[in-house]
Design a protein around this ligand. Structure first.
Ligand SMILES: [Zn+2]
Ligand SMILES: [Zn+2]
Length: 551
């Protein structure tokens, strides 16, 4: 049957041409992006908001005040902030905390307990600089946000993030890059924007972005240096650039800017642990000790106890103070050395740095210390966007709580983790509007009092549903708040080509003033209209206004 076969080929060729054209037209690849063959966004996921999670490595909580960072500081007014900082997990170093931010788990629960560590069961060493291990998903526990999203039919993209190059639970982000810190800083912003300009089926809803500049300057020159000041201003400019370009997109994007840890000025020379206990024949990695037997572990512990030093405390792993969450994984070694100040440790001259393999030469600054006793370890947290309450001020909180916040914004079903939503829920708006992809039938339209001239188009294939842009958040009424009422008001709204809502009616209400509140908010809202063949079209859709109480 040659004829049908030919036709299929012709259709395929047309589709391919269209795909190539799209890629070129949207300028998708400004950087060497790796594409994963994940399914497109489902219709339900297309209607959801977007989250960009930015990590500014080593950006200490007080740098905005200390050095001035106007773009980042503006987020404290337009959105939520933690003026006294966010607490990193212990140890306060890069890989453990980046994985904590995207899994909601303490390092010993996701398994990346240091930048480099030994696993006695695998008889293998994880090294954050080696693609052989950092790109091997079997080292990682937990479900990173990009994996969670992809598993639920939502696309994700990582412009660098520890672990993002690995197939974790067999899943990679739809778009990611192999780490190359030489990649131009502005191009990173432009790549994120290019991703958000992709067609709705391909456009990632969870995106990461990473800058190391402030951490590098902090290590080399110390947190009080002009070099750190310059790096702070530079990455702040990048955030400003991102804010400007995001505003032009008119998409409902929540921007969250965090750091993995802070920075402190080091004191004295590195402490040689070999001066306190006989380490010959003991496997070590940084300050982590991996004796082969319980007898050897007990011997080491006894020797350290016999030679105490105020600069550090030694614990059997099971006895490490509970607030450090550093007692359960064999990857942590045993005994465990906990620094009591800004000191570096070495076990051999060739293995000098704690928590910073790969750095050599004179270090002026470092991190890795207990954030509960050393405030310099605290990191920044800022968030702004349609789901974030303007001006919300958060007391210091542990970074395991970022994960449930992002899962909530993206309405993803999240596993139980070490963090909780209630910790950060005061930063969320009380009500949230989501567009359900559902068109109204003719019968419904006929009951409208003044049917408009233009017939609405039914939401269907090849159409982009309308998206709520921003503006007024519906207000809780005192009555509903007192009664503890929460739930959904469903509105039917006609959305004109220019994004204006009209013909707003309550389809399903909650009462106690919430229906009126939802209608009022809708009246002053604007939308990105539904698009068909690149043209805006009129639609009538159902909108859910979620009134949620977190207290
Ligand atoms: Zn870091
Ligand atoms: Zn660092």
């Amino acid at each position: 049957m040659p004829l049908p076969h030919k036709r299929v080929t012709a259709v395929l060729a047309t589709v391919l041409a269209a795909v190539l054209f799209c890629a070129a037209a949207f300028g998708q690849d400004l950087t060497p992006v790796v594409h994963t063959d994940n399914p497109p966004n489902t219709a339900a996921q297309q209607a959801k908001h977007y989250v960009i999670l930015v990590s500014l490595d080593g950006f200490r909580y007080d740098y905005p005040q200390k050095y001035g960072a106007p773009h980042i500081q503006s987020m404290a007014i337009t959105g939520a902030s933690a003026p006294d900082g966010m607490l990193p997990s212990y140890p306060s170093i890069t890989f453990p905390n980046h994985i904590t931010l995207v899994t909601g788990l303490y390092p010993e629960h996701h398994g990346i307990v240091a930048n480099t560590f030994y696993d006695p069961f695998r008889n293998a060493t994880y090294n954050y600089t080696q693609s052989q291990t950092n790109g091997d998903g079997s080292w990682y526990g937990g479900t990173p946000l990009w994996v969670l999203a992809e598993q639920q039919g939502m696309r994700s993209a990582c412009l660098f993030w520890p672990g993002s190059e690995a197939a974790i639970q067999g899943v990679r982000p739809s778009y990611y890059l192999h780490f190359d810190d030489k990649l131009d800083d502005t191009k990173r912003v432009d790549q994120v924007i290019a991703w958000l300009n992709l067609p709705p089926e391909q456009r990632p809803h969870f995106i990461t972005l990473y800058y190391s500049n402030v951490d590098h300057a902090g290590h080399l020159y110390g947190p009080d240096s002009d070099e750190v000041r310059a790096a702070v201003h530079h990455v702040d400019d990048m955030i400003g650039d991102l804010q400007t370009k995001l505003a032009a997109l008119k998409l409902p994007v929540d921007l969250i800017v965090v750091a993995d840890h802070g920075m402190v000025t080091l004191k004295g020379d590195p402490i040689n642990l070999g001066e306190f206990a006989h380490l010959d024949g003991v496997h070590t990695d940084g300050s982590q000790l991996y004796p082969k037997t319980e007898a050897e572990a007990a011997r080491l512990f006894a020797e350290f106890k016999a030679h105490p030093d105020p600069r550090f405390t030694v614990y059997r792993r099971a006895d490490v103070p509970a607030h450090l969450h550093f007692s359960e994984s064999p990857r942590e070694g045993d005994p465990v050395i906990v620094p009591n100040g800004p000191y570096l440790f070495r076990t051999t001259p060739a293995n000098p740095m704690m928590g910073r393999g790969g750095m050599s030469g004179t270090l002026h600054g470092s991190h890795g210390f207990d954030p509960s006793t050393m405030p310099e370890m605290k990191a920044i947290f800022f968030a702004q966007g349609p789901d974030i309450k303007p001006g919300a001020k958060l007391p210091p909180f542990e970074n395991v709580n970022v994960y449930p916040l992002i899962a909530q914004i993206l309405e993803l079903r999240a596993p139980l983790v070490d963090g909780t939503l209630s910790t950060l829920s005061s930063s969320l708006t009380d009500a949230k509007i989501t567009v359900r992809v559902e068109s109204k039938d003719d019968k419904h339209r006929s009951v409208l009092e003044k049917p408009s001239a233009e017939e609405p188009v039914k939401i269907g294939l090849g159409m982009t549903p309308p998206t709520w842009l921003n503006s007024v958040s519906p207000q809780y009424t005192d009555k509903a708040r007192k009664a503890g009422l929460s739930g959904k008001v469903i509105l039917s709204v006609r959305i004109e080509k220019d994004g204006h809502p009209s013909e707003i009616r309550v389809v399903d209400g909650l009462g106690m003033g919430l229906d009126e509140s939802a209608v009022n908010a809708m009246t002053s809202s604007t939308f990105k209209p539904a698009m068909k063949d690149g043209q805006p079209v009129v639609t009538v859709v159902n909108l859910e206004v979620n009134f949620q109480r977190f207290e």
